[in-house]
Design a protein around this ligand. Structure first.
Ligand SMILES: [Cu+2]
Length: 132
C-alpha cells in the first residue's frame, strides 16, 4: 500500500515536471554544451580565445558570465557564423562578442571584435573627427 502510494506520488511529480524535461531534452545535443536552456535568444560577452578552427568556423574560448543567457563563465567551443572573419584573430586575443541562438537551437557567435580593436577603433574615430 505504502509503496503504491509512493509510486503514485512519484508519477504525479514526474508528470508535473514533464514540460521542464521537454524544454531541456534538445539542449545537450543542439545548444551550447554545458549551458542550460534559457528563453533568451541573444547575449553579449567577453572572452579569451584559446583555439581558432577556421575551416570548422569554431573557436574555443573562455568567456565571462553572460547574464542575458544565464551563462556562467566557462571554457567552451562556440561556432561562428559566416559573417565573422576569423582570419583577423589570433590565439590569446581578448574579444567581445555577440552570441545568438539559431533556429536549430545552436548558439553561434554572430559578431566578434578584439577588445584592443574596440578601444582602438573608438580612439581612431575621435582622432579622425573634425572636432579634434
Ligand atoms: Cu560557455
Amino acid at each position: 500500500m505504502v509503496n503504491a502510494n509512493t509510486l503514485r506520488i512519484f508519477i504525479a511529480i514526474a508528470v508535473c515536471s514533464t514540460p521542464t524535461f521537454a524544454e531541456q531534452a534538445p539542449e545537450p545535443a543542439n545548444a551550447a554544451r554545458g549551458h542550460a536552456a534559457t528563453a533568451a535568444q541573444q547575449g553579449e560577452g567577453t572572452g579569451t580565445l584559446h583555439a581558432i578552427d577556421m575551416p570548422g568556423k569554431t573557436v574555443n574560448l573562455t568567456h565571462g558570465p553572460i547574464p542575458a543567457l544565464k551563462w556562467m563563465g566557462m571554457r567552451m567551443d562556440l561556432p561562428v557564423t559566416r559573417r565573422v572573419d576569423l582570419s583577423g584573430f589570433q590565439v590569446g586575443d581578448d574579444v567581445q562578442f555577440t552570441v545568438k541562438k539559431g533556429r536549430d537551437n545552436q548558439f553561434r557567435i554572430t559578431e566578434m571584435v578584439k577588445k584592443s580593436d574596440a578601444q582602438g577603433g573608438q580612439a581612431t574615430e575621435s582622432a579622425k573627427s573634425p572636432a579634434n
